[in-house]
Design a protein around this ligand. Sequence first.
Ligand SMILES: NC(=O)c1ccc[n+]([C@@H]2O[C@H](COP(=O)([O-])OP(=O)(O)OC[C@H]3O[C@@H](n4cnc5c(N)ncnc54)[C@H](OP(=O)(O)O)[C@@H]3O)[C@@H](O)[C@H]2O)c1
Length: 390
Amino acid sequence: MAAGDRTYDVVLFGATGFTGGLTAEYLAEHAPADLRWAIAGRSETKLAAVRDRLGVDVPTLVADVSDAAALADVVGRTKVVATTVGPYLQYGAPLVAACAEAGTDYCDLTGEPEFVDRTYLEQNAVAERSGARIVHACGFDSIPHDLGAYYTIQQLAKKLGGEITAPVKMRGIVRSNATFSGGTFHSALGAFSRAKQMREAMVARRRMEPRPEGRTSRAVAGKPSRDGDLGYWLLPLPTIDPFVVARSGAALPEYGPEFAYTHYAGVKTLRYAVGGSVGAGALALAAQVPPIREQLKKRVPQGSGPSVGRREKSWFTVDFVAESGGTTVRTRVSGGDPGYTETAKMLAESAICLAVDDNPKTAGQVTTAQAMGDALLARLQAVGITFETR
Ligand SMILES: NC(=O)c1ccc[n+]([C@@H]2O[C@H](COP(=O)([O-])OP(=O)(O)OC[C@H]3O[C@@H](n4cnc5c(N)ncnc54)[C@H](OP(=O)(O)O)[C@@H]3O)[C@@H](O)[C@H]2O)c1
C-alpha cells in the first residue's frame, strides 16, 4: 500500500510496557484530534487493559515481533511506527526490516550503538530504495544532544553573520538526577556484555558508510577535566549520543567544513566524578560475566520503572559550548524527568512530526536533526523542553 493510503498515521508498538505506556498516555492527551493512531503489542488482553486505562477508543493491533507476517501486516497499515519494544538488540531487527521493506517510517528509543550500526548495515540501502525514514534514538538518547547541537549550530551561525566557514569544536555536558526502568537496565547490561560485537559492527559500518565530500564531522573522545565557566567536572561519556551528533554534522553542511563534538557527563564534586566512573566501570565489568548479569537483571525487572513521584522530582540539563574562528556560543537544553516523562513526549512528538509535518526529503537511516530538524525543535519547545542561548 502506498504511504498515502495507509489506515493509520502512527502505530505505537510496546504500549503494554513501562515507557510505551507513558507514550500511549501522552498520545491520548496530546495527539491532534485528527491523528489516526493505534497501539500494537503481542497480547490482546494487555493491549485492551492499556486502552481501558487511557479512556480513549484507540484500535489495538496484535503482533509478536518474531512473527514476520503479522509485522508486515501491521507496518503496511501505517505511515509511521514508533516502538518501545526493547532491548532492541534482542527484539528490534525484524520491525526495522519490515518498515524498511514497506516504505514505512520508523522511530524508536534505542541507545544501543551495535543495534543502530547493524540496522545501518542490513537495512539502510533497503530503506533508501523504499523511501522509509529509519530514525533511531528518539528519546533522551539522543534528542536533547542531537537537536541541542543542531540548535547550537544555528546560534553560532547567527553570531558569525549567517554561515560557518571555520572549524567548529563543540562539547555537550549532560547532568541529571534521574533513575532508570527495568527495560533500560536490561538494555544497558546487554550492550555492556557485547563490547567486541559492538566494535565489529562499528568498524563494518565505517567501511561501508560514505563520508561527506570536502567536509569532516567527528565524535572526539574527551579527557576528564574541569569546566571553570560551568563549574563542573567533566567525565567523558561513551554513549551513542556523540555518534548521532557527528552523523548529523556529516549530513548537514550548515555544521561547517570541520565539525568535532565531544560528549561529557558533568558532576559538581570530584567525589561524585570518581564514584560515577568507578560505578559505571564496575557495572560494565559485571555485565561480562553471564551469572552476575542474570542476577543483576532480576534486581530490576522489565516492565517496572520510576514512580510518578520520583519522575516529578527528576530533571536534566545539557550544556553546549561551541567555538569557531574565535567566536563562542553557550546554549542549554533542559526539561523534566529525562528517561521516561520527557522520553515519552519526545518519541510521541517525533512520530507525529514524521507523520504530518513538512520535513526535508530524506530516506534510509537518518538522525532526528537530519529527518525533522526545525519542525521537531519547534514541537519540543512548544511542549516544555527548553532550548536557550546563555
Ligand atoms: N533512549 C532512552 O532515552 C530510553 C528511555 C526509556 C526507555 N528506553 C528503551 O526503551 C526500551 C523499553 O523500555 P521499557 O522500560 O519501557 O521496557 P519494558 O517495560 O520491559 O517494555 C518492553 C515492551 O516490549 C514488549 N515486547 C517484548 N517482547 C515482545 C515481542 N516479542 N513482541 C512484541 N512486543 C514485545 C513488551 O510487551 P509485553 O508487555 O507483552 O511483555 C513491552 O510492551 C528499552 O530498550 C529501553 O532501553 C530508552
